[in-house]
Design a protein around this ligand. Sequence first.
Ligand code: BGC
Length: 687
Amino acid sequence: MTDDERFSMLHGFMPIPIGPYANPELQAKWPKDVIFGAGYVAGVPRLGIPSQRATDASLGVTNPFGIRKGDTATALPAGLAIGATFNPDLAFAGAKLVASEARAKGFNVLLGGGINLVRDPRNGRNFEYISEDPLLSGVMGAAAVRGAQSAGVVSTVKHFSLNSNETNRHTWNAEIDDEAHRESDLLAFQIAIERGRPGSVMCAYNIVNGEKACGNDHLINTVLKRDWRYKGWVMSDWGAVSGADFAIKGLDQQAGEQLDKQIWFDAPLKAKLADGSLSRERLSDMVRRILRSMKASGLVDAAPAPAVDMDAHAQIARQVAQQGIVLLKNDGNALPLAANVASVAVIGRNAHVGVLSGGGSSQGLPPRGWAASVPVGGGEGSIGAWRIERWFAGAPLAALKEALPKAHVGFDPGLYPQDAAALAARSDVVIVFVSKYEAEGFDSPDLSLPGGQDAIIEATVAANPNTIVVLETGNPVAMPWLAKVKAVVAAWYPGQEGAAAIADVLTGKVNPSGRLPVSFPATTETLPRPTIPSYGTPEHTHVTVRMNEGSDVGYRWNARQGIKPLFSFGHGLSYTSFTAQKLKTDGTEASLTVRNTGDRAGATVAQLYLVSRNGQAMRRLVGFQRVELAPGTEKVIEMTIEPRLLADWNGAGWTIAKGDYRFALGESAEALSTPVTVSLKERVWQD
Ligand code: BGC
């Protein structure tokens, strides 16, 4: 391999007509196998090395700006919905679906695997992520990577690390102690990487402890490559590189190069090789890492892509939505709707149009197109123009009419409280659909539902207490009306089959089994950062943000501070009832018996928490398993406890301190059974 061939593999561009490529003459010079999409890195035909053709992402193959005219792809529900299934098999199936569609379109790198922990419930990209918990995000993320790579593409995990807010994402300096970082976000990545073996890790936009994540020697060279012995390659996020020296700090490839000030990994990096600051060994290492992953995922000598079955994929999208929907509240068994209900009021903006999607680079073009697209705008932000509220075709109103053919189903768009109340008053049951749009590049200032939607619910429930609220949101939201309504369903952004899945759950065709992958705070006052640092300042304002919650993210923070959330991590109701009993554990393995004590088939998620260590209270999910049970049946479940969740990072490895560890089963991180105490010996190990 010549040096020019080597360097050609170390950088790539975004093959869409933006930046210099808005110029058709430059575009005409693109290699023949370029596909419009997120990324392209030239191959070395002389040596049989194919090009890398990358597409976003975890929720479906994207089509930025609709550039590949009419090229649609299955659109899955939000990452949080996938997290809420607590079902790694479904995460695998969903990612495999996306990757096989990607491959059929000619792509061979999938920029999926959003592993960042939900540290702030106002983060605009949480809907792309899985959860606030390192075990859940790690295990589900690993399953997704395995699923994607089983379809013969390279999968990433991203954004390494602490890309937990979108506010000033390029200039946000997250400050965290190494120990806290290793025990939280890094642990999620570590589990996803060792169990999933992604070909590539995408580093983040933000700064971590003073160094840009993509040029962060500690994160990339020390943690990822030395301590975790990661063999794949590190690619940059698009526009995250600010110097050729990032290669020395561990970055292997500059992606989306036209978004950076320079193509650093070409001439400037060649100059570093010439002056000796980039060693020849490191250059080979960069290329070897890329080639190794390409080979491992079958990119070299790839067979033609198998045909995809879009109907089967739509069924998987529906299954993810069904299992990801969380029934938060259900007073007096308001749900499921009675089969003989005479009149139903459907209220809410766009409930007659479709279901909401999150915005940004993860958004695809679904097979049935968009039912509505509303440009939201975005002030001065560089991706404000990208902020378009889009609604998947398939309306909840139509789905409910279909599911309840004997009922009269009325509709009010939820513009005026008085109109909504009038319809509510003359209906047996009221279902209010509320939504909150989130998108890459933006955080929300608070947890409120925008556009007066709370007032619509208040007016509705005053007119008819038999009111059910369905949330289509990419984050937890505040619910000032919670005590008054009968039932609340969190449907997240439910994807292209979302309307049907919501109707399935509301009518009882599907028994809800989703569990919250994030805590719903009662107020922003109790968050580690009650307001988002630097929110509202011009883009690229520098801000240093101390992660004062450390590794106690989400429910762990609540437990540590004695905070009562609105709904806890792990919470979720069913139309049947379960018991989880007979916990036995030696601190390594655990077994328990789960029983369906009700009269319907259903699924629950057995959750095992560490609740104290040598008398010190704590709360950590150490094992989980989703289990489906016929009524009146039970099952013994075995779990392996992730030892790093019992341990502390000691600076060079992990230590489980000698002493008493108490474990409890949880219906959520808050509703715990009587603990079982286990005495453990000291254990020290490296990774
Ligand atoms: C996002 C990445 C994405 C990349 C390529 C960036 O803006 O942060 O998640 O993979 O664009 O589209």
